[in-house]
Design a protein around this ligand. Structure first.
Ligand SMILES: Nc1ncnc2c1ncn2[C@@H]1O[C@H](COP(=O)(O)OP(=O)(O)O)[C@@H](O)[C@H]1O
Ligand SMILES: [Mg+2]
Length: 334
């Protein structure tokens, strides 16, 4: 049996607005392994959320999957998600049950006019045969597992009666209700304070250990990556510029962008004397992209060759990068 839960191959997802095309996700490939956490990092606008939305078939109307494949390796065989209708019965059976998502803003997933308990129950009613007492018990159980105090009472409350952290827990309870095989978390704790953040990550980690859930965690926090990731993918302007195990990417980064990203933010546990340097320049206009390597205009290692897009090269079976100068960079300071 394969240890891979989801394989994305050469995925392209474009936006069409005012007859202009934004190649938001321009050929990305990665795998999410069962019982492992893949962290996806990169500056705002690089295509992290669009990649997640493509997997869930929740893309905005102006965008579409242009090319590539998203294969969910279910217990009953491979399913090509990119071939399913957005709101067809097959996709609805998968979404929220086999593949679930938690969002940065819990109100994306929670409806303000229904109680928390009702909404979690709805998800279970749709995807399972649970009814009545069994259903009510399961909902209370889920809320309790998520560390929500007085779960019987709180199940009858509305989202606005919950604090931000509690809402996030309720959304995770809903996402986890059917024991999904894959959990996609898009910056799930950005708006929360650090204590709640730590508790939520602890919850996700437990779900991964106890249920073998494969997790795709989108974050901009390298401390979180160091703590939770098994695998890391670094995105820049619609490409994965470097990917590998957490050890490979954090300890031996080869792509200049990864290196810049790592020195642009503090890493937990590295001490107080880290030198933090902002990445020079800013991300280009997505409608007016540079030819070739998208990072070249900001890259201190830029050479003429960078005007054409570098191919993806493996430096180990698990570590890959897109950079013309990866060999020199791997040799230097690795
Ligand atoms: N709803 C939308 N309409 C138009 N363009 C969008 C929309 N959502 C994202 N984009 C564009 O797609 C690209 C990738 O965005 P996104 O995946 O949201 O980035 P992030 O990595 O910050 O999650 C950006 O250029 C962004 O402007
Ligand atoms: Mg995003």
């Amino acid at each position: 049996m394969s240890d891979v839960a989801l394989s994305v191959r050469d995925l392209k997802t474009f936006f069409y607005t005012n007859r202009r095309c934004n190649k938001a996700v321009n050929g990305v490939s990665f795998e999410i392994r069962k019982g492992k956490t893949l962290c996806v990092v990169g500056e705002s606008g690089c295509g992290k959320s669009v990649t997640a939305a493509a997997i869930m078939q929740l893309l905005p109307t102006l965008s579409r999957i242009e090319d590539g494949s998203i294969v969910y390796h279910s217990d009953h065989g491979d399913i090509h998600i990119e071939r399913l209708a957005r709101n067809g019965s097959q996709m609805r059976a998968i979404r929220g049950a086999e593949i679930s998502m938690i969002f940065q803003d819990p109100m994306t997933a929670l409806n303000p006019v229904f109680t928390i308990g009702f909404q979690i129950a709805e998800n279970l009613r749709y995807h399972t045969a649970m009814r009545g007492r069994q259903l009510r018990d399961k909902v209370v159980d889920l809320l309790r597992t998520m560390g929500i105090p007085l779960p019987e009472r709180r199940a009858g409350e509305f989202p606005h009666q919950f604090s931000g952290g509690m809402r996030q827990r309720a959304m995770i309870a809903m996402a986890m209700a059917c024991n999904p095989k894959i959990l996609i978390a898009d910056e799930p704790t950005t708006a929360l304070d650090v204590t709640i953040q730590a508790q939520i990550f602890e919850l996700m980690d437990r779900l991964k250990r106890e249920h073998g859930t494969a997790i795709m965690l989108i974050t901009h926090d390298m401390g979180v990556v160091a703590e939770l990731a098994d695998d890391v993918a670094v995105m820049y302007m619609g490409n994965i510029v470097e990917a590998g195990t957490v050890e490979e990417v954090l300890r031996h980064p080869v792509h200049p962008y990864t290196r810049a990203l790592l020195t642009s933010m503090p890493v937990l546990g590295k001490g107080k004397n880290q030198s933090i340097e902002a990445i020079p320049g800013s991300t280009p206009d997505p409608f007016d992209r540079p030819p070739g390597c998208q990072f070249a205009p900001r890259c201190p290692y830029r050479v003429d060759a960078c005007a054409t897009m570098p191919a993806e090269t493996h430096t180990t079976p698990t570590h890959r990068t897109m950079c013309w100068r990866y060999e020199e960079l791997a040799a230097d300071g690795a």
